[in-house]
Design a protein around this ligand. Structure first.
Ligand code: GLY
Ligand code: MN
Ligand code: MN
Length: 487
């Protein structure tokens, strides 16, 4: 009997690990994550510990959950893509009861034959040791009794718990329980006042704000391995824009155009989207984060604004192109487009180490305000208006709006420059401008003395876009049956 059980468990382990051959090989390496943990240690205050929790599993409806996505900080330090886990990184070496020294420890969900049959492979603690190189990996059920004297630390740094997390009745060490157990260990106040909501001076050793700057300073400066992945995500997203430009025809739906982009992402093995795809024709483009993408028939006279980013091995692009459905910009569309383009190009010239985010925004605003006045859309350059209602730049990386300082640019940051003009119906200007919405968004690596325009392969100038839209598309012959026919 024992032998059969042993045989089955070997078979199970073999079957599970054999499948991992399908997993992409170009995820970040365990050495990368180890180095990141060391960099964090260097930035932690004396006598402290940083505690990170995996992202929560979120319910979509009934017995269906949203597709799981790891918390980017957690991923950055571990490469672990499963839920129900807690990671402790200590500033200084700790000594275990058996005398062994360690400076990090992770608790992960255990392997479970039945659960894995339904929802997929798990690494378990031994897989985490072998594959992710975290030597001190334990079953998360051991966290509760794991003996750390948290009172001895001057600071315990963690991101405060402001999200609801569900408690699975059948699992005594899911994220809900791990957070609960952690709170008991560190004497987390029973009400939240005194922590995140009410930023009074700390009366204890809990620090829920310190990680924001530390993580921002780490994550905003990209390592070579990260840059390779970001560039890949960007290249894939540019390819999506090119294919859509070639395939675009009046009568297509916003959803169909979204589908072409996302098909290209998947064709190049991007595992996810960095954010929900924004595809807005005509006045829908005025909704900055329009994700309904419902419009069934886009029309010849409209522009279509397409803001999409593939996520590749955790890293996301963020690119917007705005193109005329007909393949040719109308005179008014072209005037607004060229103005946004000019604002972007002025910012690109100044985009280098030492320039501040505020300066880039100011440059784009100055160009746009002057242009809007010259076109008669506003009366003076200082007039308050809502035609350009957002900032022009942000970091990208593991998050589309990535963690980082928003003061001066530094070498190896990756940012967007994304000016826009949005003129809704009934705006107080000549109605020939109504429903023109243009955003042009590109991604830039900050180099030693300038920038590298890493999304340049998506056509951006008026002539380039119009020329690309004339090219044939493989989708020209992709005609599906009419489902209504013959009813
Ligand atoms: N795609 C969201 C943004 O451009 O910031
Ligand atoms: Mn953006
Ligand atoms: Mn965007």
């Amino acid at each position: 009997m024992k032998n059969i059980a042993l045989f089955l468990s070997i078979l199970f382990a073999h079957a599970v690990f054999a499948q991992t051959a399908d997993e992409p090989k170009d995820f970040l390496t365990k050495e990368f994550h180890k180095e990141r943990r060391q960099k964090l240690r260097e930035k932690l205050p004396p006598n402290s510990v940083a505690v990170f929790f995996a992202n929560a599993v979120r319910n979509r409806s009934n017995d269906v959950d949203y597709v799981y996505h790891q918390d980017p900080n957690f991923f950055y330090f571990t490469g672990y893509k499963e839920p129900n886990s807690v990671l402790l990184i200590f500033k200084d070496k700790q000594t275990a009861n058996n005398g062994k020294q360690y400076d990090e420890i992770i608790f992960v969900q255990p392997r479970n034959e039945r659960a894995e049959m339904w929802t997929g492979r798990r690494l378990g603690d031994s897989g985490v040791k072998a594959r992710l190189g975290l030597e001190n990996a334990f079953n998360n059920k051991e966290f509760k009794k794991y003996n750390v004297d948290f009172s001895k630390f001057d600071q315990i740094l963690f991101i405060d718990f402001e999200n609801d997390v569900r408690n699975e009745p059948y699992d005594s060490a899911d994220l809900y329980d791990l957070i609960d157990q952690f709170k008991a260990k560190v004497n987390y106040p029973s009400t939240k006042s005194g922590l995140a909501l009410n930023r009074e001076p700390q009366k204890n050793n809990l620090n829920t704000t310190g990680l924001v700057d530390i993580m921002g300073s780490l994550r905003s400066i990209k390592a070579k391995e990260e840059l390779d992945l970001i560039k890949k995500a960007v290249k894939i997203s540019c390819a999506g824009q090119v294919e859509v430009m070639k395939a675009m025809k009046p009568g297509m739906s916003e959803r169909e155009i979204q589908g072409i982009h996302e098909y290209v992402f998947k064709k190049y093995q991007a595992e996810d989207l960095g954010y929900p795809s924004i595809v807005g024709a005509g006045h829908n483009g005025c909704i900055l984060h329009y994700i309904d993408n419902y419009k069934p028939n886009i029309t010849t006279k409209e522009l279509i604004l397409m803001d999409l980013g593939a996520e590749y091995r955790g890293y996301t692009a963020d690119i917007t192109r705005t193109i005329p459905v007909s393949g040719k910009f109308s005179p008014e569309q072209k005037q607004i487009y060229e103005l946004v383009l000019k604002a972007q190009e002025e910012a690109m010239k100044t985009c280098k180490p030492g320039t501040s985010f505020a300066e880039l925004t100011a440059i784009t605003r100055t160009v746009i305000n002057k242009g809007l006045k010259d076109l008669g859309i506003i009366k003076s350059e200082t007039e308050q208006h809502t035609y350009y209602p957002h900032g022009c730049c942000h970091h990208i990386g593991l998050d589309v709006h990535d963690w980082g300082p928003y003061d001066k640019l530094q070498e190896n940051m990756v940012i967007t420059i994304e000016p826009g003009i949005y003129i809704p119906e009934n705006a107080p200007c000549d109605k020939k401008w109504w429903s023109i919405a243009v955003r042009i968004e590109d991604d830039f690596l900050i180099t030693k003395d300038g920038n590298e325009h890493i999304s340049a392969s998506a056509p951006r100038k008026v002539e380039e876009i119009e020329a690309t839209m004339k090219l044939p598309s493989p989708l020209d012959d992709f005609i599906l049956p009419d489902l209504e026919k013959g009813k």
